[in-house]
Design a protein around this ligand. Structure first.
Ligand SMILES: [Zn+2]
Length: 190
């Protein structure tokens, strides 16, 4: 990770607050971030909005963008229901980029550590993350496909969808990181 990205990762969770900054410590609002994301192509812009500003009103447009992208890069499907499956693959991929580990870890109840002899030890089952990624079978279920169709024809398309959505988010983060100085200047009380 480059330095600017690292800086952004340190700042972003506690610097973004809804509404207007209240003075004192510089605070970025979702509107500030939306401005800072401008200049990106539509896909990365929308992915950045969803993930970094939690603006979910654009989810439908984001999923449509991703659907078009993965359709263009995939081997054509003769299945008449393919448009529906593409759209659902896009929806699940966006969800997985937004919520990396949606399944709470049963070993540690989502805490990321377990108590051993009154000592907190890192949970090995979830590698301290507190959760697990969706299983391939759950993805197939969400998209509405039989397991065999999923494995033979759709898993790769889904992986493309996830890769594109992740890359869009990375691009959005890089763009935000480059704009940090200007963002902080705007967010300071003046
Ligand atoms: Zn765990």
């Amino acid at each position: 990770m480059n330095a600017a990205r690292e800086l952004w990762t340190m700042f972003s969770p506690h610097m973004v607050e809804p509404g207007h900054p209240g003075g004192g410590r510089p605070t970025l609002t979702p509107a500030d971030l939306a401005r800072a994301l401008q200049g990106l192509a539509r896909g990365p812009f929308l992915m950045g909005m969803a993930k970094e500003t939690a603006d979910f009103s654009i989810l439908s447009e984001l999923e449509n963008c991703l659907t078009a992208e993965i359709k263009a890069m995939s081997w054509p499907s003769r299945d008449t229901r393919a448009p529906i499956y593409y759209r659902r693959c896009a929806g699940v991929a966006v969800f997985e980029v937004l919520v990396q580990r949606p399944n709470e870890c049963a070993a540690c109840n989502g805490e990321g550590y377990v108590m051993v002899d009154h000592l907190g030890m890192p949970c090995i089952a979830c590698e301290q993350t507190g959760g697990h990624k969706l299983s391939a079978r759950t993805r197939a279920e969400f998209v509405g496909l039989a397991w065999s169709s999923w494995r033979e024809r759709w898993e790769l398309r889904y992986e493309n969808a996830y890769s594109v959505a992740s890359a869009w988010h990375e691009e959005a983060l890089d763009h935000l990181a480059r704009n940090i100085p200007a963002l902080l200047a705007c967010a300071s009380p003046c």
